[in-house]
Design a protein around this ligand. Structure first.
Ligand SMILES: Nc1ncnc2c1ncn2[C@@H]1O[C@H](COP(=O)(O)OP(=O)(O)OP(=O)(O)O)[C@@H](O)[C@H]1O
Length: 783
């Protein structure tokens, strides 16, 4: 056909595209240029190290430093980048970033992106609101683009995050920066239509997912193939790696190829080698960036090496690396009596009517109670609430509404504490003390995001909670005391009491909020900070508008996981895994189990329980196990005549905790004979008496059953013998049987019949009747 065409005029025209490069060729040239420049990206490893260097590595480092090579590697142009355009990125990604108004790099983006682009495993820690999302999304897009990923290649990248709202948020950012890429991406989170997702999930190249829902797809969608996965990202990695998600994560990782790039991001990064080992990281780069002036603080952390042992109690000190709070954040705390918290909170809201704030509370029940009560008291600004047990649609509505609104209060559980990027939040109030420093860091991180300023206020109850300040101090969290002027506090207790008294629903809610709060304090593992015995129950109940203190009983279990594990001859880890399956406990912890009973039974656990409703959703496989365990336990209790354990703690109406074994109940009680005891020995004797009595009853029952079985069998035998005897007579008449047979029949068990007469007279009468009938029949035959 030739390389040229003729024009209409007949003149020979040169080929229009002899030198023009096709789009494909251009892209290939771009890929090879980028790959070339990434070949030289040096590792940080001589400065940023996750694992303690061995002697040889230390010697090598010393040599490198002596030769001044260290300086040289850090001078690589990629480390001097300040804008996205300084990085070797595809024009597709750069266009997407520009369109979304991202131009300058943040600290974590500067340090993490080059290492990630070079294909290395990464453990990244940077303060909240410092742009970690882009730090993993950009490399992920680039890696798939360089590999020319398309639909036929199936799943190429997977991003796991702990909550649904965070999943939605990450997906939105992905959509905005990947607008010029041709890959497909999907969002897989709980609370959405599974069937609708299942059709699409297998066709996606990138998935943003919560662990439970993803595992559900892995288990139920045959076509869902992850064997080609290139990149795995764990956002809020320490949360996903903790005990709450352990089982699900392990199951997910088992479905993924070992040859992949893994990236972990969080503001409170885990350095626990054991939990990291589950991800099979390959020589990971540890990238930590502090808030202050966005400078890397890896040098300071070089000495702080990860713990090899699972921690007990103070989780942060061993496992979690806290890289500080955002630079624009001012933090303060106030010490107030627990019973005055609601009044102080109300007064605070009333003096900040134009602000946008988040109020964190421990349980879903408290969130609902405070929200409903404050709504009724009408503070004069919008009130919203979000917690794990809300319907997903309502949850998303609340999230959207709070994002859009300029001034409002959002009452929330820790479901909203991680990763969420609500714009322009001015205040974060922690009305209840957070579980640990990690939770504190994430909660306050909902304000002062990126370059914004923000304020955080922590309410600590007088007493043990003040010890939380020491925890913050140990992690260099700068926090200042604010003294509350009593003159400026409006005591809302009478108004709350009147509102609660006039509304039965609210009263029930108040009771539950009270009980679940006590329970949440009791379940905390840091006993120096959280102590139920220090709570003034009467005052606390009064502040919730209740005239009586709701009864709360707590079943105490052994405090020490290790001891328990030892007794059960299992590892601590094994014990913790079993603990996670307690689905109901999870639901209760976050507020909204369906248990309406007045008396709440609390089982203590030191295991870190999943924190959100989706955990419950996602651990539904575990729920069945928990249910069976509870059923077994209930049967055991029934056997004990429903006697409680001697170690159980029971709270009196005055809030005093006493052991069940030490209770002397009133004579009016039904079980007085057994329960009137003054000490553990009497109590044990009572239990043992009860058990012996139950065992004796069981034995009698069994004896009677065996006896009746015997007598029935004898009657049957007798019947059989009668018939046999008849047949023998018959055979002698007709000469059918042999002589031996006749003999055996004649001497067969006739003697026993007499014994059984008394026990089965009715049957014998019948047998005699049959005998007579048969004889008649024979006679007729013979005649
Ligand atoms: N390079 C950038 N330029 C401008 N804005 C940015 C940049 N990187 C991130 N941001 C903005 O900063 C905010 C916080 O980012 P992001 O949510 O990624 O923080 P984070 O570190 O993941 O926080 P958290 O620890 O709470 O999850 C977002 O609003 C995001 O749009």
């Amino acid at each position: 056909m030739g390389g040229s065409k003729r024009s209409r005029s007949g003149r020979k025209r040169a080929n229009p595209v002899p030198n023009k490069i096709s789009a494909r060729q251009r892209e290939e040239a771009e890929i090879s240029r980028i790959e070339q420049s990434l070949l030289e990206v040096p590792r940080y490893s001589s400065r940023y190290q996750l694992f303690r260097p061995n002697r040889r590595q230390r010697a090598k480092k010393a040599m490198v430093e002596a030769a001044g090579e260290e300086e040289e590697t850090q001078q690589h142009h990629i480390f001097r980048a300040t804008r996205f355009t300084d990085f070797p990125l595809s024009s597709r990604t750069l266009d997407g970033l520009a369109a979304a108004n991202y131009t300058e790099l943040t600290g974590i983006q500067k340090t993490a992106i080059p290492q990630a682009l070079a294909g290395r495993d990464i453990l990244a820690a940077a303060p909240t609101g410092s742009g970690k999302t882009l730090a993993f999304l950009i490399p992920l897009l680039e890696i798939l683009w360089r590999k020319k990923w398309n639909t036929l290649d199936r799943l190429g990248a997977l991003i796991l995050c702990p909550t649904r709202e965070l999943g939605i948020q990450i997906f939105e950012v992905l959509r905005s920066v990947a607008r010029r890429h041709t890959i497909s991406a999907g969002l897989v989170i709980g609370g959405k239509d599974f069937e609708a997702e299942r059709e699409k999930v297998a066709r996606m190249n990138v998935l943003v997912a919560t662990p439970g829902r993803l595992l559900h797809h892995m288990d139920h969608v045959i076509e869902f193939d992850c064997s080609n996965l290139q990149v795995l990202v764990l956002d809020e990695a320490d949360r996903i790696l903790d005990m709450g998600f352990a089982k699900t994560l392990d199951a997910i990782v088992a479905n993924l190829p070992k040859e992949r790039q893994t990236m972990l991001f969080s503001a409170t990064q885990t350095k626990n080698v054991k939990s990291l080992a589950r991800l099979s990281l390959k020589n990971p780069e540890y990238v930590a960036v502090s808030s202050r002036s966005n400078k890397d603080i890896a040098e300071a952390q070089n000495e702080a090496h990860p713990s090899e042992t699972p921690s007990n109690g103070d989780k942060e000190s061993n496992e979690i690396d806290v890289v500080g709070t955002p630079g624009g954040l001012r933090q303060s705390y106030a010490i107030i009596p627990g019973s005055e918290k609601l009044s102080v909170l109300w007064s605070f809201i009333k003096t900040h009517l134009k602000s946008k704030m988040i109020v964190f509370l421990s349980t879903g029940k408290q969130v609902r109670f405070v929200f409903e009560t404050f709504c009724k008291l009408r503070p004069g600004m919008s009130l919203l609430h979000i917690h794990g047990n809300m319907k997903q649609l309502k949850r998303t509505d609340m999230y959207d509404l709070f994002c859009r609104t300029k001034s409002a209060v959002l009452f929330a559980t820790d479901v909203a504490s991680r990763g969420l990027d609500f714009p322009d939040v001015e205040w974060v109030i922690q009305a209840d003390c957070p579980d640990d420093v990690g939770t504190y860091i994430h909660r306050v991180g909902r304000t002062a995001r990126f370059k914004a300023q923000g304020r955080a206020m922590l309410f600590l109850s007088q007493g043990p909670e003040e010890a939380f300040l020491k925890r913050l101090e140990s992690k260099n969290v700068q926090i200042h005391q604010t003294r509350i002027n009593p003159q400026r506090i409006t005591d809302i207790t009478p108004r709350v009491a009147a509102t609660v008294a006039s509304n039965q629903e609210l009263k029930k809610l108040a009771q539950k909020a009270f009980m679940f709060y006590i329970k949440s304090v009791y379940q905390q593992s840091d006993k120096d900070v959280f102590d139920v015995r220090e709570i003034d129950y009467a005052k606390m109940a009064k502040s919730y508008g209740l005239s009586n203190v709701p009864k709360v009983s707590i079943k105490e279990q052994n405090n020490d996981k290790r001891q328990l594990a030892k007794r059960k001859n299992t590892t601590v880890f094994g014990y913790q895994l079993r603990q996670q399956n307690r689905g109901r406990a999870l639901a209760e912890q976050h507020g909204d189990s369906s248990d309406d009973s007045e008396i709440l039974t609390i089982r203590k656990s030191n295991a870190v329980l999943p924190a959100t409703e989706e955990d419950v959703d996602e651990y539904n496989s575990g729920v069945q196990n928990g249910y069976n365990q509870r059923k077994r336990k209930k049967r055991k209790l029934d056997l004990l005549g429903k006697l409680p354990s001697a170690n159980r703690l029971v709270f009196t109406d005055d809030g005093e905790a006493i052991r069940a074994g030490d209770i002397v109940e009133s004579p009016s009680d039904n079980d007085t004979s057994d329960r009137e005891h003054g000490g553990i020995e009497d109590y044990a004797a009572a239990v043992s008496r009860k058990l012996n009595k139950a065992a004796a009853e069981d034995r009698n029952l069994e004896k009677r059953r065996v006896q009746s079985l015997h007598s029935r069998r004898k009657v049957k035998d007798r019947e059989r013998n009668k018939i046999a005897k008849e047949r023998a007579v018959e055979s002698s008449v007709h000469s059918i049987s042999s002589a031996e047979e006749q003999e055996s029949m004649m001497f067969s068990p006739l003697g026993e019949d007499e014994d059984s007469v008394s026990t089965a007279s009715v049957e014998i009468e019948d047998a005699a009747k049959i005998e007579g009938d048969e004889k008649k029949a024979l006679m007729i035959l013979n005649s």
